[in-house]
Design a protein. Sequence first.
Length: 283
Amino acid sequence: MFRRKRAWLPLGIDIGVDQISVVAVEATRSGCIVKATASEPIPALTDAALDLGTATLLRSLHRTLNVAERRCILGVSPEDVVTREFRLPPKMRRSEAERAAILEADAAACWPSHDRLIALDPIPSNAASMLLSIARSSAVERLVRIAKSADLNPIAVDAPLCAWRRVAGDYDALIDLRSGRPVLYLFGKAVGSMDLFASTLSEDRLAAQVRAAFVQSRRDGLADIQKIAVHGEASQCAALEAQLGADGYEINLLTLGESVGPSWALAYGLASWSILGEQVRAA
């Protein structure tokens, strides 16, 4: 059997609240090489012009990368997706699991049933459970429409909890301070969890709510949090360190390869959708 030593992965595309990031990654036998990145703020536009303007910017960023790859993985907003562990009773068939997942979605998702996409995916090394993802279908359709308008070929839409786990797998948790609202991702057993906080929280209140989430995670047996990565500015990381460091938590600014706090970190996690456990390095 012949194997290619190198292969381009699909592009990772993070369409955030106010910024787009695109990452081109090449997979080699020694790990993943980030070949090119591009990030730009989304211009202030009316609601009617926003999607077209976003697609135009995305097309421009793709040209900037100077790569032929057009397949891409998109990331749905944390406000538009719920992920949780779905436990499988012994000998449950796939069709039965899918019907049960629909009932589970009624309790897990706050948007109406006609605006839901439901997916069940296997969890590595855990045959007794599956990953249940419930996304707002209108949000997913919008992302796909934007990517296609930019002449790209979206092949999957991923949940941010899964993408961040691939990025920050050496940590127990990640706090994303660049997504509009602060989001806490806990990488616990099986699936983990995600908490969204109000954008108006002071540094003290945010630290208090993060601390409470860590305590609850330990009580629930989800994870014993020790190491936390922060995706944000160095000053934001320092503020959290000042609040939580005395409790024994190790808090670091997220680093990928030699890039400290890269704005394209989530886009890299999306690009690595098809692989696990690979080391990232710059070209």
